[in-house]
Design a protein around this ligand. Structure first.
Ligand SMILES: NC(=O)C1=CN([C@@H]2O[C@H](COP(=O)(O)OP(=O)(O)OC[C@H]3O[C@@H](n4cnc5c(N)ncnc54)[C@H](OP(=O)(O)O)[C@@H]3O)[C@@H](O)[C@H]2O)C=CC1
Ligand SMILES: Cc1cn([C@H]2C[C@H](O)[C@@H](COP(=O)(O)OP(=O)(O)O[C@H]3O[C@@H](C)C(=O)[C@@H](O)[C@H]3O)O2)c(=O)[nH]c1=O
Ligand SMILES: [Mg+2]
Length: 283
């Protein structure tokens, strides 16, 4: 995809995007600080790009509870400023959001039209970002995804592998459910959506996208151990037994029917994505 400007360079999704579109321009933290929303807008204005994708964010869920001002600038104000700059330049803008915008009640998968209710600062700032983008007046899309993993960066798969090397039992919450999602599939979905948006100015909006089947974190951990051939035992525990600064939704399941209907993008099997990531991590 020519003329694509990407915010982020070292993150999970940005790294996978660089593999798929090496000719895109990637703006790392060294080039633009998302804590400076005006600098984000200026980067778009100066770029002459044909499309903008924001793959950067403040993703430290627990730390956000004590750094809410910074999280808000990066997750809410910067994306809104990007969306306004893209609107001025009349180029499509794609942004990534999260299952943590929901309150996690019930057991049904959430649709795009369902009410939000973030439980923590990370989710609240990501939701504010979604709203700022929708209010910017340009052509935009927001892809809400969940439980992202890859061979790079900080993610649950790498955490589990690290801990499994140190212990013979891991205690992992079994009462939070969602769809683990390979970063590579998110990158591909973003490019499919942007391509459609570039050929039709009426395309865009809010879409859910997550790997299948839905699992608990404990179930995800057990599959990691099984595929990696590790004997570390995974004991399912309740959220109450794993206290964290930020509350997390018990029901993170996303209904992904709309993105299939409108873009032909189906839920990837995360177990296949996990096999690829483990292969990549092999020494
Ligand atoms: N990770 C997950 O499980 C999920 C992520 N998402 C969303 O998907 C998107 C991509 O996430 P993912 O790839 O996992 O994120 P990562 O945490 O892997 O990467 C975040 C990126 O943002 C950059 N960044 C953070 N702060 C700044 C800043 N002040 N200035 C410039 N760059 C900054 C980081 O740079 P640096 O490396 O220098 O710190 C890093 O490249 C985000 O919008 C996230 O909210 C949605 C659902 C789940
Ligand atoms: C390390 C560990 C975690 N857990 C729990 C804590 C948490 O409920 C769950 C996952 O831990 P993590 O720290 O990876 O979770 P977290 O950082 O909250 O992951 C989230 O990141 C943000 C950016 C998102 O947008 C979400 O979709 C989600 O992927 O597992 C255990 O039960 N045992 C453990 O040993
Ligand atoms: Mg984390």
């Amino acid at each position: 995809m020519t003329g694509l400007l990407v915010f982020g360079r070292t993150g999970q999704v940005a790294t996978e995007l660089a593999r798929l579109v090496p000719d895109a321009r990637f703006l790392g933290r060294d080039r633009v600080d998302l804590a400076d929303p005006a600098a984000c807008a200026a980067a778009i204005q100066a770029s002459g790009c044909a499309a903008v994708l924001n793959a950067a964010a403040y993703t430290a869920v627990d730390r956000a509870e004590s750094e809410s001002d910074l999280a808000r600038r990066i997750n809410a104000e910067a994306p809104a400023a990007m969306a306004r700059a893209a609107a001025e330049r009349r180029v499509p803008f794609l942004h990534i959001s999260t299952d943590y915008v929901f309150d996690g009640s019930g057991e049904q998968p959430r649709a795009e039209t369902d009410p939000t209710g973030p439980l923590g600062v990370y989710g609240a700032t990501k939701l504010a970002g979604e709203r700022g983008i929708a209010a910017a007046g340009g052509q935009w899309a927001v892809l809400r995804t969940s439980w992202v993993f890859s061979a790079h960066g900080a993610n649950f798969v790498r955490t589990m592998l690290r801990l499994a090397a140190e212990r013979d039992e891991l205690r992992v919450v079994a009462d939070q459910h969602g769809g683990p999602t390979p970063a590579a599939d998110i990158a591909a979905a973003c490019l499919t959506m942007l391509a459609a948006m570039r050929t039709d100015a009426a395309r865009g909006g809010l879409y859910h996208f997550a790997g299948a089947p839905d699992a608990s974190w404990a179930g995800f951990a057990r599959e990691i151990m099984a595929q990696a051939g590790l004997s570390c035992r995974v004991t399912g525990i309740s959220t109450a037994d794993y206290p964290t600064p930020a509350r997390r939704p018990a029901n993170s399941r996303l209904d992904c029917a709309a993105i299939l209907r409108d873009f032909g993008i189906s839920r990837p099997d995360w177990r296949a994505g996990l096999a690829k990531v483990l292969q990549e991590l092999k020494p």
